[in-house]
Structure formats: C-alpha cells, structure tokens
Design a protein around this ligand. Sequence first.
Ligand code: ATP
Ligand code: MG
Length: 716
Amino acid sequence: MRDFFERKKEELGIELNAVQQQAVLETEGPLLLLACPGSGKTTTMIMRIGYLIEEKKVPPSRIKAITFSRASAADMKARFEKLFPHLPSVNFSTIHSLAFEITRHYLEKTDRNYELIEGKGSHQFNKQSLLKRIYKDVLKEDCTDDELGTLSTFISGLKNKLIPMDKWEEVEQPFKNASLIAKKYEQHKTKQTHFIYVDFDDMLVLAEEALRLDDALADEFRGRFDYLLTDESQDTSLVQHMIVEHLVAYHGNLCVVADDDQSIYTWRGADPTYLLEFKKVYPDALILQMEQNYRSSKEIVETAAKFITRNQDRYPKQMFTKNAANKPIQLKQVSTPKDQLDYVIYELLNEKNLSETAILFRNNASSTMYVSELHRRGIPFYMKDADDKFFNHWIIEDILNFMRLSFNVERKDIFAKIILKMNLYVSRSQVTKFQNAKASGNVFDVFMKTVPLKERQVKKLQDYKKGYEVIPEMRPMRVIQLIREDLGYEAALKSRAEKFGYRFDHLNDILDTLENIAMPLRTMVEFAQRLKELEEAVQTAKFNPPENAVTLSTFHSSKGLEFGRVFMIDLQKGIIPSEEDEQDVRTLEEARRLFYVGMTRAKNRLELLSFQEDEGKKKEDSRFLNEVRRIINPNQAPVEKRKTIATKQVQRKTVQVNPKGIQNRQELSVGLEVVHRVFGKGKILSVDSKVKIQFEHEQKEFDTNTILQYGFIERV
Ligand code: ATP
Ligand code: MG
C-alpha cells in the first residue's frame, strides 16, 4: 500500500500527509472529510479514485464522482487526467445530470411525457415566461427581472429543502403571495395526467421521489456504482443529500468532502448543517479534518484564517500553512471604477502567466467593462459563466433604436418604438394615432402634426428634432450622452424604474458601460459592430477560450479553483456585502464566506481593489476589506474618512492616473522614500491633509488627496 503513495510522490511530486493518506485508504464505508480551503480535499478525492482503480482494481465505470456544477466537473476531470494520465476517465458529473437521468426513467415508467422548461433545451415557453404570467395573474402587475430572480430563488429553496406544499405559506415570503405564485406554478406544470413540465429543481425532487418510491428503479441505479464521492458538499441541498443517501443505501461507500466556511449557496437551498448530522445518517462514518493549506502563501493563509473567525456560525478550525511568505496582500484603493479597470489592465499587460491569473467579482454585471477592455487590448480571457444577458438587454435595443432613427428620420416604425422613452408623457393611443396617420416626412413634424400636444411637449419635440440634426456628425459616446440627457431617456428610465420597481442604479450602470464601450469609437456603425464583436468574444471566452487566458469569474464560480495571482475587484459597501446581505447575521456571514472563498483562491499574490467614487458619488469600502485591513495593520487607525474628497471636486478627469503610484493613504509614512512624477526622488517629511516631501534641492507640499487620486508618487 505504501507503494501507491511512494509512486505518486515520485511521479507527481505530491506527498500526501497522514490524514490525506488515511482518506485515500479508507475506501469502504462512509467518510466525511471536513477541511479548510487549499488543504487538498479535491486532490485527496482524486487520489482516492486513482487508488481505487490502480490498487483495488475497481473498474472506473463503477465509480461516480458528483460535483457541484458542470464547470467543476470539467475541472475535476482535468485534474484527474493530470494526476492519472494513463487511466481511463471516471464519470464526473453534476448531481443534476444524474438526477435527470433518474427522472427520465421514472417518467417513462409512470407513463408521463415531459418538456424541459429551463436551460438550453427550453424554448419560448419556459420557466421564466410561465412565472411572469402567473405573477401577473396573482399580483396584477408586471414582474421585474429582480423579482423574477427572487421568486425563482424562493421556489428553488422550497424544493431543495423538500418542504411540502401545504407548508409553503409558513415559510418567510420574499414578497406578498410568493408562495401562492409558487403553488400555482407547480400546479400548472403538473396539471395534465400524462404530461409534465420539468425545471432543474423538479429533476432533483422527482429523482428523489423515484428512488424513494420505486424500488426496482432505485436498485437499478444503486447497482450502477460501488463508490460515490461528492466534492464541495457544503453546498449540497437536502434533496441532493437524499438522492445520494438512496444511492449508497446498500454499500455505504460514500466519500463526502466539504468545508462549512465555504458554504455560499444557502440562499438557494444548500444545507451545510446536514454535515453536522452526518453521524446520525451514517452512524459508522469516519470523520477526518485537515487544516494545513498547501495552496497559498503564508500571508494569505494567515490573513484569511483570521478573517473567517469573525463568523460566529462555524466549526472552529485553525488553518495554517508551511508555505513560505510571498508578497504581502495588496489593498489598493483607487479613485474610480475606471481607474480600477486601468490598473488591472496595466498589470495584465505586464503579466506573462495569464492562465494563472484571475479577476474575481461579485456581480457579473461588472464584467462587461473588463471584457470590452481585454478584447480591445487583445488580452486573451476565459469566462466560464459569461453573462450574455447584457448584450440582449432592452436598454441596448433602445439605444440602438435611438441611433437608428438618426440614419433616417422618416422611419415611423422606429420612432414609434422610442417616443415613449423620451420622457414626453405621450400616451400609447397617441402613438397609435401617429402610426395610423397617412402623413410622411420627418417623424417629429409628422408627430406634432397628427397628435394634439401640450405646449411643453411641442417645445421638447422641437428641441429633439434639432438634436437629431446633429447626431449623424457626433461620436457615439456623445450620442449616448445626448440620448441620456438631452433626449430625456434617463429621466424616462427613472420614472419607469419607479413605476415597475426596477433598480434604477442597475439600469444606469448599463448606460455607463455603453458609454465606456463607445468611448474610443468614431461612428455609430462602429459602435453597433463593436457590441456584436463583444457578444461574440464573450461566447468564445465561454466555450472556446484561447491559450494562456486570464480568467474572469464571479466569486461564486471561482469555488474550488486556484490561481497564482488574484485580483478581487469592486470591494465596496453595497456590493459585498450587498444591502440585502446586511439585513441579517446569516446573510452577512454568508457574504463573508463568499469573500473568504475569493481570498483563498490565490496562491501567491492577492490584490484587493476598491474605488472611492463612482460618477461623482462617494463610495465606501466593503466592511470585509476593512476587516482585512485591520488584520494586516492591527495598529493602524481605521481608514480615515475621506471627507475632503467632496463630490463636486470629482469631475470627469483628464489627468492620467498612474497605476503604479501610491493610492492608499496608509502607505504614506514619514521617512518613506518616493519618486514624484515631476520632481523626482525625495523623502516624506510629514503627512496630514498635505504631504511634505524633501527633494534633493527643495521642499514641497502637495495636497494628499490629489496625490493619492492620481498616483503622483511611487515608492522608490
Ligand atoms: P478548496 O477548498 O479550495 O476546494 P481543496 O481543499 O480542494 O481546496 P486542493 O485544490 O485539492 O484543495 O489543493 C490545493 C493545492 O494544494 C493544490 O495545488 C494541490 O496540488 C496542493 N496539495 C494538496 N495536497 C498536497 C500535498 N500533500 N502536498 C503538496 N501539495 C498539495
Ligand atoms: Mg476543492
């Protein structure tokens, strides 16, 4: 038996520690491996699979490894192939694909046809359209995208926790009548006798039901695998745990790997507390713990270990490492999101090993700016959960329609699409009247002629008409600004947001992103082409990533992965934690775990980035960032409130920010040797609202905020 580990040590240079070896060797019966990030959970699981095949001669087809997502299945498969290149591959799959297989058999046996209404296979009629319809029936209002997301998460929670329908009303509702909508949704899917609509949650619920009720079917699936393994089990939901329980009911050969500190999906029904009960379900289970981190440098491990102790609801663990120290964790505070982007891009341009580099963010919406800039600079990138929703957003369609009209101001069809979005308080019936009118010519004239209007409206329309005369000559960024401001689009958006309960900030962010995309371009045609190009680039980044690509990922999807260098961006109050996260301790702790997952992805270099203002609005650092700051510098006072950066002072900038410059107040200390952009080498004499610097021949004072904002001085 020693031979196996000796051999692996020679072949791979990985020497498993005693607990890891034990976890590999104890192949029979249930095993729970509870361990810290980077402690080798996944590695151990893969070694165990290799051991089963190489040493115990178990046919690979008899082993089932269950992963959390398709991406992690692919990741684990790749890792297995790296460690055991000579072995045939094992069945790595998600619990959903396994459940779907079971569900299909079950429906066939019970003589039911089905249609999938979620994911790729679904068509026009899908989960979302059905939920929207029922929402409107029940609440007599349109369902916003945010509410649709909330509703969908709520339903997933109910089903993943196996809560019976008659108890749904007792569950805390995200909004009034949510459980009623959920019920109607269920009833609609199952109202026919021989036909059923199936979403992702149903696959799990039906598979569990099948295994519980249909012995023959359960036996068939039980008979397929002699060994089951599940990674990232802190994010397994009750229904998923039950499926696994049914499958190992006879042999109990189950290896469960988890870290409660990395549980980041309870909002969607994951149930990490199940692991606490593991012994109740599997009385003879072996439970092992691992605390040594092999992944990250000493600074990262020690800081992350302290950081997570702020959470109350956790198993006590002491993560440590024997790895050497590397660069300190860098906390970089820049002025604006654009500066943050510039900094990251600048660093990437100088980074040779892009495939070992990742940019991690909370919200996928942040990624579009990065995609645009990476693409423009020719930096290859990979994005597994790319958000193509951005390019199909109705705001983009609106902006393009505003632009299209400028190519031919006689197009009544296009005008009819945008007139309601010009903040003119025009009614639909007026638009219909305009459309039905025989008159042709400049649409503004036709509209004023055919529709009775108030004086104020006429005045505005005349202005708009003039605006449209100059648009063809303008650069697309200016056109977007004109649409937003002078053609009333932003104001219309605001009242629309209020009326329908959209988050105006989110909508406005989309417009900002569009302006940024348009910035370097000369014509509207180029702009439209650029959007198409970017949409394609995102698809390529997702399905066909180039070699040596930097990874863009949400914190959530980065789980289980590791990179030499990690940038965590947008670490702001309101983003992480979000306002919703701050509402109670449980969600706040989950957000802290999410931050912790991000931090523990980095092997050597971790950079935590935040900005001070956005579009003239002052922004605060994430409280988690401040926690890290205090861990790193326990003696330092909390970050000084940057009162002096008044919003009015922050205008559209023309000065180039130096990304290498010192941008963090705390890095300025008396005696520090620096290089000033203009005056050259010097030493800091004092720091308060001004920084006094002794240069070779002279002393000078500078405004501290300005120096930081533009990175005017660098360390020597
Ligand atoms: P996470 O919680 O993030 O999923 P994990 O516990 O699954 O982490 P792994 O990804 O398996 O950790 O391992 C982290 C890193 O440590 C990998 O690069 C792996 O090769 C390395 N590693 C694991 N065990 C050892 C060991 N005994 N000796 C040397 N390196 C190891
Ligand atoms: Mg892992």
